[in-house]
Design a protein around this ligand. Structure first.
Ligand code: SAH
Length: 213
C-alpha cells in the first residue's frame, strides 16, 4: 500500500501544534489510524478530526491523542491504565511507548473490536477489561500513568488513589455543562497537583457497564 501523503502532513502539523516528543510522533506515524475508523470514514483517517465509531462513541482527534500522550511523559518501564478503550487507537499508541497498558471499556462490542485490531497489529502488551473505569483497576494498582479518554465531572479521586506517588494522570473534566478542559494531575505524597492544559471535547465518562442488545 502506498503511504497516504496526508499522514506525513498531519504529523508535521501536530509537531507544530506542540506534540514535541519524537517517540510520540513516531508512534503516531507507526499506528495505522485507518484500521481504527469505521469503513465509511477511512478516507478521513488522516484529517485532524474526531470520527464516529460504534455504540455512539468517537475516536479522538489525532492532535488530542498526540498532545495527551506527549504530556503524559511516558517511558518504556511504565505501567499505564487507560479508561475508555473505544476504538483502541489511543491504546495502540500508548502500547508502543510503555511496558504494559491496562485498558477498560464499558461497551463489550467496542472492547472486542479493539482486541481484534491489537491482534492484527501484534500488540502484545495490552490487557483489556470490560467494566466501569471510574472504579479503576485496584488489583493492578499502582499505575505510573493514567489516561482518561472520556470527560469526568470532577477529578476522579478513585483513579488518583491508584496512581503511584509522582505518577501522572491526564483527564478531561467537564466542570460546567458543555465546557471541558484537559488537566494533568500529578500525585504527590499528600495529595495531588493539577495543571490546566487546554479546552477539549470528549464523550462523557459514564458509570457502570453499558447494556447492549
Ligand atoms: N481512546 C478512544 C476514545 C473513545 S471515546 C479512541 O481513541 O478511540 C471514550 C470511550 O470511553 C467510549 O468508548 C466510552 O464507551 C468509554 N467510557 C465512558 N465511560 C466509561 C467508563 N466508566 N468506563 C470505561 N469506559 C468508559
Amino acid at each position: 500500500m502506498t503511504p497516504d501523503p496526508r499522514k506525513a502532513q498531519l504529523i508535521i502539523a501536530l509537531r507544530q501544534q506542540g506534540v514535541r516528543d519524537t517517540r510520540v510522533l513516531e508512534a503516531l506515524e507507526q499506528v495505522p489510524r485507518e484500521l481504527f475508523v469505521e469503513p465509511a470514514f477511512v478516507d478521513q483517517s488522516y484529517a485532524d478530526q474526531a470520527l464516529p465509531i460504534s455504540c455512539g462513541q468517537t475516536i479522538s482527534q489525532p492532535f488530542v491523542v498526540g498532545l495527551m500522550t506527549d504530556r503524559l511523559k511516558l517511558n518504556e518501564r511504565h505501567k499505564v491504565l487507560e479508561i475508555g478503550t473505544g476504538s483502541g487507537y489511543q491504546t495502540a499508541i500508548l502500547s508502543l511507548l510503555c511496558r504494559r497498558v491496562y485498558t477498560i471499556e464499558r461497551y463489550r462490542t467496542l472492547s472486542r473490536q479493539a482486541g481484534e485490531r491489537f491482534k492484527q497489529l501484534k500488540l502484545e502488551n495490552i490487557t483489556q477489561l470490560v467494566g466501569d473505569g471510574t472504579r479503576g483497576w485496584p488489583q493492578q494498582a499502582p499505575f505510573d500513568r493514567i489516561m482518561v479518554t472520556a470527560a469526568a465531572k470532577s477529578v476522579p479521586e478513585t483513579l488518583v488513589s491508584q496512581l503511584a506517588v509522582g505518577g501522572i494522570m491526564i483527564v478531561p473534566i467537564e466542570e460546567r455543562p458543555g465546557h471541558q478542559d484537559l488537566f494533568r494531575i500529578t500525585r504527590t505524597e499528600t495529595g495531588y497537583d493539577s495543571e490546566h492544559l487546554l479546552p477539549v471535547r470528549f464523550v462523557p465518562l459514564v458509570e457502570g457497564i453499558a447494556k447492549e442488545k
